[in-house]
Design a protein. Structure first.
Lengths: 483, 694
């Protein structure tokens, strides 16, 4: 069987793509020097219908050309994807990948169609669809979220097993055919993005890696936020000694070199002493505290709602909590009768360390916001009608601090993702054969000059996810300011 | 740039239209606006927020931002069309020929640069003056704006000066280049009344001294009366009436101007016999303007088929020079008809004492370091021996400028702070040492508060209904949610808001509507005593009257005691039964409203009364401008708190004022004055405000 080319039967479109890129580059350079050959302010005329329009001059040609070249690139990319979905291997590696990702495309399409249709009723999330930057960012993020979902839950997308080794495929380049498969249209007929030095499929490992990243990063960030909020609100609201003390502790953690801290936390000797597990015990307690106070402060005047709700939520969370921290073989090994599930030790440690280093920063942001918002009249109004301090913190201050917090949340998931990559790169935490992106980059690094693809593929994946998160944060910030 | 001479008007705006272009389409901000400012003339631009007055100023500066655009008409400065000037020419013009002064002085000064350097920059950039010449000029100008010790001021950073001093520096900076036109955009709104009076005096004098023309933008008719020669009233993007001060104030020919004057409390207005007439309805949003006359839907003289048809032009008024009005019915309306008094009500007599404050003191200790409480602790005396009583269904006004301790007093009453010394008794219960968390639900709901800033008083992320229901829950009103829902809807009725508002978010409400919700929330637990902390000062004039009316109506029905905190003496005179004047934590004068507003006065009250601008040409005021600023409560003057600024100090024997705090001197009818002046001297005081016979 022939190895696949990148674009297959769409090869002629490559010239169009190249032309578009060249035109864009020229236009960009010309646009840079625009002040040299064009007057600063354009002639804007007002039309009778109340719209304004600028007169077209020769100086506008570069920007127009750039615009159309971007359109051209987008159209070509769409042709590759659409063609790939239907033509599969005939459309080359890109086509085959597009075909594998079919469920993701459908999910994205449905998400966008529904969101744009109902964007006026969806609050800040709906406003995201007024900002092109935010939409691109959201698209990139959701692409990986759906990929992780379909791979992890439904077992779709991946073409092979992440640990499956087909000896002949060692270090083969992208599009290499799998020996012994006769049907050229079978999904497992090629290593779409080549094989790594242990002869595993790079494409599959990238897709499988997304599951780990998408699972840990947002969850770790949520936990970091719970810890940061639960400590930051009282620090900002009460001020005084408590604030000084907590801020000092936060500064202490922030001052400690992060990588060194990670090394310490994940080295086996330290892990045997149980320090990470004990830390987990403390850190994982915060969500329970958070939700208990949240519910009680709101419904304390209505016991008929308060009691069942508290029992339900705190009960469920406690069971999850006990199951999470209980591990056979670790110092915390009790109450095994309600230990519903075990979390792999490596993941737990990684989780704890990520939460531990992220929460002080969240703490500082929340504290600052609380300091600002507590001077508002509605906080004074709540105080003068005798509300408890925790109601004020969680129901008067926190909802009004949500704008900056949501933005920071997105940025922080990106930061956490990179942190996970770094951890994987240093071989810390997760087991060495794990397909997470950081570890794969590290694996691929060894033969980078000869076979770059095993390292580049996960690196690009990591880049696109973090880029997406940053763009999403930008879009949210832009839109939340308009409110 | 060369300044050129021109004989005609300094500024000539002809049929100016300005629009802002947004994604939602064009928003016309100013339409068909014409004005002329002659050399040495001061033109006042008056209107409510959102009427386009600041946009006109920005249009004159040709600084409308990326999405603003002059869509019609022209602006001529000294005969040259500003829209035809290049960016460079405009840059030279701004700051040298046209100078602008904004509302927030701190925002106009560079906080990282010394005052002297900022001032000297102006002539150095515009005229290429030498450093020495610039410094000399700076010293002169600082002298001209009456700041003490100019060399020291030149070396100061902006944050080292008080708000009033900063605004003087901004004015000085504007004067550095001897501009032909000075644009003042609400220059005193952020300042205290007595400081404002100083600035207004200064601006007026400078206008006369340098012959500078002025465009004075304000929402305060009284201020415009004090400073301007001519006046232009704007409403919803259009000039509705234009003329000399005398013509517009005394022979107004536009229903909006008339309604505006009827909604502000002028001397003579009385809450029972001559209540204010609020303008009904709401200010139209720029994209929801009605056809025909913009003011039509809110106008008492509206005629269907005429006022809502076609475009209405400015028409000159017969008999007056340069007096125009944008009304079709100027000749038909009987402008001198007496105000149709809405509903006169009977005076409610005060009942039993419900709140008694006796020798209350509140000191704060300020430590230098929170963690390691150092040895040095400074005491801020926020409230010093405050005593007063408030009776049922009485309105007690607490008057004073910022820093006088009125907010601290409110905090102690509410239980957010506990008193350092003295007693506070509410309904025969001592509450001075009971913080809010230890008060019973009933006590908390009995004493409630209405806040100042309508944009801040409601939680932006909760619906209006939910916020009121929450207050009901906390006060233990109703047994279940449906009952509270019902009660919440009734409360909305009480404050005259439609019931649909229950599901709205605060951002969908106007300032006045938010303030109404705030009032509804305060009365959720049928409060008997309500502390209203400047409840209307942040609202537009036409809305102020309506909210004030509402407060008083609820007060009459519920026999509520109202503690009305304010710095606006006009509104205090209108609605309060008794007045308490505070200065630096002391009560300096207390008595019935009529007693306080007529001599004998405490010297501070006298100055305060004189400082308040009154929009009535019949009123003659004695001008008393206080020197200096309010001393810091951290470092109060010895003896009488007011002695540093008092103009009567010389009439007290010896140095009594500097050494001893004066005792409370009780005059007739329980009128108390904290002053060393003898009764005889006090009796000889002249009234500050005189109303000329009609």
């Amino acid at each position: 069987m022939e190895p696949l080319t990148w674009t297959g039967i769409f090869a002629p479109l490559n010239y169009a793509l190249m032309a578009a890129v060249v035109i864009f580059a020229i236009g960009f350079v010309l646009q840079l020097f625009r002040p040299l050959y064009a007057p600063a302010d354009t002639d804007i005329t007002i039309n009778p219908d109340g719209t304004a329009s600028a007169r077209f001059t020769f100086a506008d040609i570069p920007s127009e050309a750039m615009k159309y070249s971007v359109y051209a690139v987008v159209i070509v990319a769409l042709i590759f994807i659409a063609g790939g979905i239907f033509l599969n291997h005939q459309a080359g590696i890109l086509g085959a990948m597009a075909h594998q990702f079919t469920p993701v495309w459908i999910a994205l399409l449905v998400t966008y169609a529904l969101s744009i249709k109902f964007k006026r009723n969806l609050g800040l999330y709906g406003k995201l669809f007024d900002s092109p930057i935010g939409m691109i960012g959201f698209g990139l993020v959701m692409f990986w979220v759906f990929t992780a979902l379909f791979t992890g839950v439904f077992g779709m997308i991946a073409t092979h097993e992440p640990l499956e080794q087909l000896v002949r495929m060692k270090n083969e380049g992208p599009g290499a055919p799998v020996e012994g498969v006769d049907d050229p249209s079978a999904y497992y007929s090629h290593y779409l993005l080549g094989g790594d030095n242990l002869a595993r499929d790079v494409f599959t490992r990238m897709v499988e890696g997304s599951v780990i990243v998408i699972l840990i990063a947002p969850f770790a960030t949520i936990f970091a936020f719970m810890v940061g909020i639960t400590l930051g609100l009282p620090a900002g609201y009460y001020g005084g000694r408590l604030d000084t003390l907590l801020s000092f502790a936060a500064n202490l953690i922030l001052a400690f070199p992060v990588i060194l801290l990670f090394y310490l936390l994940v080295t086996p000797e330290i892990r045997e002493t149980g320090i990470p597990t004990y830390m987990g015990m403390v850190l994982f307690l915060f969500p329970i505290i958070f939700f208990a106070i949240l519910i009680h402060s709101k419904y304390r005047t209505r016991p008929e709602v308060n009691t069942p709700l508290l029992i339900g939520v705190v009960g469920t969370l406690s069971i999850i909590y006990i199951s999470t921290i209980n591990q056979s073989g670790t110092p915390i090994d009790f109450l095994n009768f309600i230990d519903l599930f075990d979390v792999a030790g490596g993941i737990l440690t990684v989780f704890v360390s990520v939460v531990f280093v992220n929460s002080p920063t969240v703490f500082r942001i929340v504290r600052g916001l609380a300091l600002d918002i507590k001077t508002r009249d509605y906080v004074a109004a709540a105080q003068t009608r005798g509300e408890g301090p925790f109601y004020i913190m969680l129901w008067e201050i926190l909802p009004n601090a949500r704008g900056p917090l949501i933005v920071d949340f997105c940025l922080r998931i990106g930061y956490t993702t990179i942190l996970l990559g770094t951890l994987g790169f240093f071989g810390l935490g997760l087991p060495p054969e794990s397909p997470d992106w950081g570890a794969t980059i590290n694996e691929g690094r060894k033969l980078l000059s000869v076979y770059p693809h095993p390292a580049i593929v996960p690196a690009v994946a990591l880049l696109s996810l973090v880029l997406g998160l940053n763009l999403l944060a930008d879009g949210l910030r832009e839109q939340s300011l308009k409110d | 740039m060369e300044k050129w001479d021109y004989d005609g008007p300094i500024l000539e705006i002809d049929k100016l239209s300005i629009s802002f272009f947004t994604r939602a389409g064009e928003i016309p901000a100013v339409m068909d606006f014409s004005a002329r400012v002659m050399p040495g003339e001061a033109l006042g631009l008056v209107g409510e927020s959102g009427c386009g007055k600041s946009t006109v100023a920005l249009g004159v500066m040709q600084d409308l931002g990326v999405n603003g655009k002059v869509v019609g008409g022209s602006i001529k400065f000294k005969g040259r069309d500003l829209s035809k000037m290049s960016q460079k020419e405009l840059r030279d013009l701004r700051g040298s020929e046209i100078a602008m002064i904004y509302q927030e002085p701190m925002a106009s000064l560079n906080p990282a640069m010394k005052i002297g350097k900022q001032l000297m920059e102006v002539p150095m950039i515009h005229e290429g003056a030498s450093k020495e010449a610039a410094r000399k000029l700076a010293l002169e100008v600082i002298e001209a704006v009456r700041l003490p010790d100019p060399p020291r001021i030149l070396e100061a950073f902006p944050h080292q000066l008080s708000g009033g001093q900063q605004q003087r520096i901004v004015i000085a900076m504007a004067l550095m280049s001897k501009p032909s036109l000075l644009i003042l955009d609400e220059p005193t709104t952020a300042l205290d009344v007595t400081v404002e009076a100083g600035i207004v005096d200064l601006v007026k004098d400078l206008g006369e001294k340098f012959g500078t023309s002025m465009l004075f933008i304000s929402h305060n008719l009284g201020l415009v009366l004090d400073t301007c020669d001519r006046l232009c009233v704007m409403y919803s993007g259009e000039a509705v009436e234009r003329g000399s001060i005398a013509d517009v104030f005394d022979q107004m020919r536009h229903p909006y101007t008339q309604a505006l004057f009827r909604s502000i409390p002028l001397p003579g207005a009385d809450k029972n016999e001559r209540p204010l007439v609020a303008i009904r309805g709401n200010f139209p949003l720029p994209h929801e303007r009605p056809p025909g006359c913009n003011f039509g839907p809110r106008c008492d003289y509206f005629v269907e088929g005429r006022c809502d048809q076609g475009y209405i032009y400015m028409e000159p008024i017969d008999g007056n020079e340069r007096h125009e009005s944008r009304c079709l019915r100027t000749t038909e309306i009987d402008w001198d008809a007496p105000v149709q008094a809405s509903d006169t009500t009977d005076k409610v007599s005060a009942g039993d004492v419900v709140l008694k404050v006796d020798d209350m003191k509140k000191y704060y200790e300020v430590a230098a370091n929170a963690m390691f409480g150092g040895a040095e602790k400074r005491v801020v005396k926020a409230n010093e021996t405050i005593s007063f009583e408030a009776r049922e269904s009485e309105t007690l006004a607490i008057v004073g400028e910022s820093g006088c301790g009125k907010s601290t007093l409110a905090k102690v009453l509410m239980g957010l702070e506990t008193a350092t010394d003295g007693q506070v008794t509410m309904l025969n219960k001592a509450i001075e040492q009971v913080p809010i968390e230890d008060r019973s639900t009933k006590d908390v709901s009995t004493l409630q508060m209405v806040f100042q800033n309508p944009f801040d008083t409601l939680n932006p992320s909760m619906t209006v209904g939910a916020q009121i229901v929450r207050a009901l829950e906390i006060f233990g009103v109703g047994n279940n949610q449906p009952e509270r829902q019902q009660r919440m809807l009734e409360l909305l009725d009480l404050v005259k808001l439609p019931r649909e508002f229950a599901t709205r978010m605060p951002r969908q409400l106007s300032g006045g509507q938010k303030q109404r919700v705030g009032i509804a929330r305060a009365f959720a637990g049928s409060a008997q005593i309500v502390v209203a902390d400047e409840p209307v000062s942040a609202l537009d004039v036409s809305v102020q009257a309506a909210v004030t009316d509402l407060l008083m109506e609820i007060q009459r029905e519920n026999k509520t005691t109202l503690l009305f905190i304010s710095h606006d003496l006009s509104i205090v005179r209108y609605l309060s039964d008794r007045v308490m004047v505070m200065y630096l934590g002391h009560v300096v004068e207390m008595g019935d409203t009529d007693d306080v507003f007529s001599p004998p006065y405490h010297p501070y009250t006298e100055a305060l009364l004189s400082a308040v601008p009154i929009a009535d040409t019949r009123v003659e005021k004695k001008r008393i401008v206080l020197e200096g600023d309010i001393p810091s409560a951290m470092n109060p003057p010895s003896g009488c708190p007011f002695q540093t600024r008092c103009r009567h100090k010389g009439n007290v024997e010896g140095n009594l004022c500097e050494t001893e705090v004066p005792p409370m001197n009780t005059l007739a009818d329980g009128h108390q004055i904290k002053c060393h002046l003898t009764d005889k001297y006090l009796d000889e005081m002249e009234p500050v405000i005189k109303i000329a016979a009609e």
